[in-house]
Design a protein around this ligand. Structure first.
Ligand SMILES: Cc1ncc(COP(=O)(O)O)c(C=O)c1O
Length: 381
């Protein structure tokens, strides 16, 4: 079946006991056993939970992977993947990453013994160079579109380079694109990571994460950690994310259409030094995005020409956009990465990577686009 059908139905078979069209929420922490060790497949909710399994089945299906493990947050999912590595193992991290991923790598896993080399840019050759610098390359971590520069990484090209030069696994943080716009496993990646907090949940009312693996075998060590380290989401959170999945395709179509129109309108507005959106033909990643994505996504970054004070004023003058962290909900949000989501990245590194003080990130919601354009226009004025 096609994407939208699977988004509505996978893991959502009507309840055989009552006929309830929406399967009940399984909140029980524990399950009756007929005799010690003899049960219906469920013992204790950290280890197995039917509501979580429904969500995992849907996410695996949407990413076209064999298996999925859901987590309590995007960072809990990232943590689980990094924990399958051993001290001394090496990881290539993309040039532009969510600040929390950067913090976890640098302040937790580096002291623990992971060797981390950043790719210098989105270029596949930069990934090759970074890979060659590692003593024991085991993993390559890609984000595309990246947070917050909205750069595009050619996922198929990086996978090819990695497979030709090592036996490292490639993992793609697909939070910005969602499986509706981009399916990294079909482009050669081994794992997909999600902050389900964003577009998959879609309504800014649940924190969650997930790892989807190309094969059951690849997921085994991660599923082990899901239980052994107890990084699980609660059943109600799983239910909320699954409810979000059912409208993902509809919402993404609107997010993308709104973002495209807003980005085009922004390019003509005064006071901006840069507009970063891969759907603009002069974006350096336009051709690759066109090739690997169904549409260009709902995230735009802008840089105000007059720096920090201008960015601060802009963020407090918007009315339809709300100044808040996070992204991917139905409502439009704006944020100032240097002082918010990416405050944990040292200032000199931030600036070297082009995240200047006038930088503002827009998560374009599903409101009427005329109101969004008018809001940004008056805030800039
Ligand atoms: C691209 C990306 N990956 C991962 C995360 C972390 O997810 P969570 O906040 O659900 O832990 C975020 C959060 O903003 C994100 O934007």
């Amino acid at each position: 079946m096609k994407f939208s059908t699977r988004a509505v139905h996978t893991g959502q078979t009507p309840d055989p006991t009552t006929g309830a069209v929406i399967p009940p929420l399984y909140i029980s922490t524990t399950y009756e056993q007929d005799s010690p060790g003899v049960h219906k497949g469920y013992e204790y909710s950290r280890s197995q939970n039917p509501t979580r399994e429904s969500l995992e089945a849907a996410l695996a299906s949407l990413e076209e992977g064999e298996a999925c493990a859901a987590f309590a947050s995007g960072l809990a999912a990232t943590n689980a993947v990094l924990q399958i590595l051993q001290p001394g193992d090496g990881i290539v991290a993309g040039h532009d990453l969510y600040g929390g991923t950067f913090r976890l790598l640098n302040s937790v896993f580096k002291p623990w013994g992971l060797e981390i080399v950043r790719s210098e840019s989105a270029d596949p050759d930069a990934y090759k160079t970074a890979l060659a610098a590692l003593k024991r390359p085991r993993m390559v971590w890609i984000e595309s579109p990246t947070n917050p520069l909205i750069d595009i990484v050619d996922i198929a090209a990086v996978c090819e380079v990695v497979k030709a030069n090592s036996d490292a696994h490639v993992i793609v943080d697909n939070t910005f694109a969602t499986p509706y716009l981009q399916q990294p496993l079909k482009l050669g990646a081994d794992y997909v990571m999600h902050s389900t907090t964003k577009y998959l949940g879609g309504h800014s009312d649940v924190i969650g994460g997930a790892i989807i693996a190309r094969t059951e075998k690849l997921l085994e060590p991660i599923r082990y950690l899901q239980n052994a380290a107890g990084l699980i989401p609660g059943p109600f959170d799983c239910y909320l994310v699954q409810r979000g999945l059912k409208t993902l395709a509809l919402r993404m179509d609107r997010h993308c259409a709104n973002a495209q129109q807003l980005a085009e309108a922004l390019t003509g507005m005064k006071g901006l030094a840069r507009v970063m959106y891969p759907g603009l033909p002069d974006h350096p990643g336009y051709a690759v995005a066109k090739k690997q994505m169904r549409a260009f996504g709902g995230m735009i970054s802008i840089e105000l020409a007059d720096g920090f004070e201008a960015a601060k004023a802009f963020c407090s003058k918007v009315n339809v956009f709300t100044l808040a962290e996070s992204l991917g909900g139905v409502e439009s949000l704006c944020s100032h990465p240097p002082s918010m989501t990416h405050a944990s990245v040292p200032a000199e590194e931030r600036r070297a990577r082009g995240i200047n003080d006038g930088f503002v990130r827009l998560s374009v919601g599903i409101e009427d686009v005329d109101d969004l354009i008018a809001d940004v226009r008056q805030a800039l004025a």
